[in-house]
Design a protein around this ligand. Structure first.
Ligand code: G3P
Length: 216
């Protein structure tokens, strides 16, 4: 399972990359706005310098022609750019065109298995079901992941399932058990994945015993 970080914060991306666990980055307009980036292109160039893997950049257009135009500009920034396209009719039309031209897409805002099937049919490279936002409305986000993984396997669809809107370590572990292809995770949750109280207690004890014997 590939691990992406879901952020537009360059320090967070650097730290996750230094941990040796990072395969890519996802951003969205809300995350970019939160960090106050004024130059979107420069931000993407910097991210691509830090991480040698897929970097998702989202279009802000909602008509096919505009999405295709914007996607082509974004894809020129770096070979690793994957263009995030919303799961709407115009988005699917654009994905069809972009995939036929070899431009990778991440079809985002997926909330149902039927939407995921259409994204795969249109030629999406990645589909992003949002598990946390479904949990928020008591709809069972991880059930959707299991359904999509099963359906894609039934028909050997090549689209990869990217679990998005991850809010806690259980989402991450459940995604791995289901066999999702990618998880995109906020930095706060990456920190939670590393931590275990028994690791900290054990390390303190090792340090303490070492000092007792050798001083220092
Ligand atoms: O980047 C898409 C997704 O991961 C957003 O997550 O927490 O805003 O629902 P969230």
């Amino acid at each position: 399972m590939r691990i992406f970080i879901d952020t537009a914060n360059l320090d967070e991306i650097r730290e996750a990359a230094d941990m040796g666990i990072l395969d890519g980055v996802t951003t969205n307009p809300s995350l970019v706005a939160k960090e106050g980036h004024k130059d979107f292109r420069a931000m993407l160039e910097k991210i691509c310098e830090i991480v040698d893997g897929d970097v998702s950049a989202e279009v802000i257009s909602v008509t096919c022609n505009e999405i295709v135009k914007e996607a082509k500009e974004l894809s020129k920034i770096h070979d690793n750019i994957v263009v995030k396209v919303p799961l709407i009719k115009e988005g699917l039309k654009a994905v069809k065109i972009l995939s036929s031209e070899g431009i990778k897409t991440n079809v985002t805002l997926c909330f149902s298995p039927s939407q995921a099937i259409l994204a795969a049919k249109a030629g999406a490279y990645l589909v992003s079901p949002f598990v946390g936002r479904l949990d928020d409305i008591s709809a069972g986000g991880m059930e959707l992941i299991a359904q999509i993984v099963n359906i894609y396997s039934n028909y050997d669809f090549q689209t990869q399932v990217l679990v998005a809107s991850i809010r806690n370590p259980l989402h991450f572990v459940d995604a791995a058990q289901i066999g999702a292809d990618v998880c995109t995770i906020p930095f706060s949750v990456i920190n939670q994945l590393v931590k275990h109280p028994l690791t900290d207690i054990g390390l303190d004890k090792f340090m303490e015993d070492w000092k007792k014997n050798f001083g220092g």
